[in-house]
Design a protein around this ligand. Structure first.
Ligand code: BT5
Length: 254
């Protein structure tokens, strides 16, 4: 906590030993809580990824947390907010001399394997956001045995990659410090340029083949860039170029 230098992000923390999902808990309490409140748990019994997928969250080994946000912007502007999270995790790791890469829109990779996933959920009505929950899951000190066999090819932890235990509190503080800076710019005037620049410069996706899945339709293309709305620009094999909005598709390195 000593390393936390934020004004409001993480100034109110609900800390649990166990929880179904910190995103679920954050949604349950969001309307009563101030912006920047965090729910964090040592383990999650029902951690969630996107589209209802499961998120492995073993006890005492990771950072499983959710930030409650109440930005006064239109719902269409939140697409880019996941990138604020990704950029903050990237920068927080970098501060500890840990090199990672960002996989648009919501993953952080080390050595091409996932160490962090982000799940942003929003409650909105009448074109106004009630609240937004940014769930961040980071595999900090997981050992090989903590990673299920079926995920071993695509998932890793910081400890496995760095071959040493990482201070979770320090990493958390670094990430929250970075996040608040980027979030204030976003809140003030919708400015996400800094976060997008970080994602662009440290992206594994750009220049690579990606698979864009929309419902049942699956197309292969090449990711060219991230535009200033945070969308991924993809050139498909038929020569057409489209900008892909986070949440509308899932993109995988082929
Ligand atoms: C994500 O989904 O990457 C978003 C993960 C968000 C987790 C945080 S933890 C705190 C908060 N509370 C929650 O309940 N959730 C958030 P997605 O892109 O859909 O990736 C999910 C897929 O990643 C799964 O289907 C697995 O294949 C894989 N996976 C599951 N657990 C993993 C882990 N711990 N590390 C790496 N990959 C994992």
């Amino acid at each position: 906590e000593n390393n936390l230098s934020t004004e409001f992000i993480g100034r109110n923390i609900y800390y649990y030993d166990t929880m179904d999902s910190t995103n679920k808990e954050a949604k349950r309490i969001a309307s009563l809580e101030d912006e920047g409140t965090i729910v964090i748990s040592e383990e999650q019994a029902d951690g969630k990824g996107r589209l209802g997928r499961n998120w492995v969250s073993p006890k005492g080994k990771g950072i499983w947390m959710s930030i409650i946000l109440k930005p006064d912007v239109e719902p269409v502007k939140v697409g880019a907010i996941t990138l604020l999270g990704a950029a903050s995790v990237f920068k927080g790791l970098k501060k500890m001399n840990i090199v990672s890469e960002i996989k648009w829109p919501n993953d952080i990779l080390i050595s091409e394997k996932k160490v962090c996933g982000i799940l942003t959920e929003m409650s909105a009505e009448l074109n106004m956001i009630n609240h937004l929950i940014m769930g961040i899951g980071i595999n900090v000190n997981l050992d090989e045995v903590d990673i299920p066999d079926e995920l071993k090819e695509k998932a890793t932890s910081i400890k496995i990659e760095q071959k040493k235990e990482i201070d979770r509190k320090l990493l958390l503080a670094n990430i929250l410090n970075e996040f608040e800076k980027l979030y204030i710019a976003f809140k003030d005037d919708g400015n996400v340029s800094k976060a997008i620049e970080i994602c662009r410069e440290n992206s594994v996706s750009i220049g690579r083949e990606v698979r864009v899945i929309r419902g049942r339709e699956e197309r292969i293309g090449k990711a060219l860039d991230i535009n200033d709305r945070g969308e991924l620009i993809v050139e498909f094999d038929d020569g057409k170029t489209e900008s892909i909005f986070a949440g509308e598709v899932s993109v995988r390195g082929v």
